[in-house]
Write a protein that binds this ligand. Sequence first.
Ligand code: ATP
Ligand code: MG
Length: 251
Amino acid sequence: MSNVIARLDDVSMNYGERVVLQNCSLDVVEGAITCIIGLSGAGKSTILRLLNGLRKPESGHVYVKGTDICHMPEHELINFRSAIGFAFQFAALFDSMTIGENVALPLRENTSMSESEIEKTARGTLESVGLENNYDNFPSELSGGMLKRAGFARAVVTNPAIVLYDEPTTGLDPIITHLLTDTIKRLRAQLNGTAVVISHDLQSIFMMADYVAMLFEGAIIAYDSVTKIRASMNPIVQQFLQGSEVGPIPL
Ligand SMILES: Nc1ncnc2c1ncn2[C@@H]1O[C@H](COP(=O)(O)OP(=O)(O)OP(=O)(O)O)[C@@H](O)[C@H]1O
Ligand SMILES: [Mg+2]
């Protein structure tokens, strides 16, 4: 049995009247890439917010490394979050800081590294995503794909045990998509860590995922290896993978 590093256990979650997750459970296997698929608005980003304690569920538990983070006080959560990298759906870099300063920020905030160590680590991490020449650029000077990569660099710079990627390739050309998918795989191998990736891009999911979880109507309705998900007899999974209008998914 593989080790589970994070777990949603019977989680329900609303935004006001809107029920987003209902009795939702998910295991995140240590050292693997887990991809979450599902319709737009299904609650995928919400799952990532729960996994790093940005949101708390109405009921159920969220365990990370064996600790139930739902009851963690905010000051402990801040500390805990430094062990989780978050590459946001929109890169979310600070416009007033250079790329280098953006990537260095988590090191400044969460470690006692010296200034020269911080710069060296930030430069090394930028190099690992192919942005070694962009340390002194501002975000406004980079393309969308470069910003995504800078966001990856900032998410992994502290060497976190888990990295959460929210739609890392959405809206990018096929070559950059391939490159970023490869980057996620390579960073995971380099960090010897765990990744949870939300993506709508089936090709890149098939390329990187160890496990695929499908979120539908508030819960994970299918969870398996890529090969088994592709061969799944579940009509909802099949309709989603084929992008068909015909099937049980309401349009
Ligand atoms: N802060 C919020 N306040 C109110 N409703 C929200 C909030 N965040 C998300 N929602 C609602 O919750 C639902 C799930 O949102 P979420 O962002 O988790 O979906 P998603 O699966 O990531 O969608 P997408 O694929 O479009 O990114 C949506 O209906 C959304 O409108
Ligand atoms: Mg989302």
